[in-house]
Design a protein around this ligand. Structure first.
Ligand code: ZN
Length: 251
């Protein structure tokens, strides 16, 4: 009987699996070599307006990307098209996911705007169930929520809890502090950015698929949205941070 085929060593990761990320400078310009990525977000459009370019980059690199979205976004004050937002935004999410090359979407129906009222253990369990299908790593909004929305913070909190249980690494999407300050000054928004010293990865992205995905959300991608100015200021760069998991460990 032939010996079992040896398992090839995993391809080089930019950072060791334990300890503080400290890869050489070039590794700070590329995404980790994840085979399967689970994006955990609060609202339909977060996967596109926020994470779209990064998710498209993972897809382009050959990763299988899935999205878990906690709410249907029914509480949005934006209403660019007629109809019940609960239904409109669910359809928009599925179209946007297709545009990004996402292979599966799980849309839950927790209350939009009140995610913090849902027991954290319930949310964490739902992330864990989704991640157990084979996720190599999680992609989330930065714990600040980026736009300041409390639902964004709660979604990330749940993802970090699941990551701690499953031993998964988590990348948090953020924006540079100067971009946040400019958008806030021009649009009276509450973006929370990070200085360069707090940003671990800055990757060059192609925004074509993101723009296509954004167009799949006509109820939210209204002309006055600060989204457009943010994308303009970011240019072809996106910024990420390695997040400590719910156990306080930086993977
Ligand atoms: Zn959102």
């Amino acid at each position: 009987m032939d010996p079992p085929a040896s398992i090839p060593p995993s391809r080089a990761e930019p950072f060791p699996a334990t300890g503080v990320p400290a890869g050489p400078a070039p590794d700070r310009r590329r995404l980790p070599d994840w085979r399967s990525v689970l994006a955990v977000v609060a609202h339909p459009d977060d996967e596109s307006f926020g994470l779209g370019a990064v998710l498209a980059a993972f897809v382009a690199a050959g990763a299988e990307v899935s999205v878990l979205c906690f709410t249907r976004g029914e509480a949005s004050t934006l209403h660019g098209v007629s109809g019940d937002l609960t239904e409109v935004r669910a359809k928009e999410l599925r179209a946007a996911a297709d545009a990004l090359g996402v292979i599966s979407v799980e849309l839950l129906d927790h209350p939009d705007g009140r995610l913090s009222e849902v027991p954290l253990a319930d949310l964490t369990a739902q992330v864990s169930a989704a991640a157990r299908t084979g996720a190599t790593g999680l992609l989330v909004f930065d714990p600040s929520g980026v736009t300041g929305h409390p639902d964004h913070r709660r979604a990330t909190e749940a993802a970090l809890g699941a990551a701690g249980t499953l031993g998964l690494r988590v990348l948090g999407w953020t924006v540079p502090a100067d971009v946040a300050a400019t958008v806030n000054a021009e649009h009276a928004t509450s973006f929370v950015g990070h200085p360069p010293s707090a940003i671990d990865l800055t990757v060059t992205v192609d925004r074509a698929r993101q723009h296509e995905a954004v167009r799949c959300h006509p109820s939210q991608a209204v002309p006055a949205s600060p989204l457009w100015r943010r994308l303009e200021l970011l240019g072809d760069n996106e910024h990420l941070r390695w997040l400590p998991d719910g156990q306080g460990k930086a993977h």
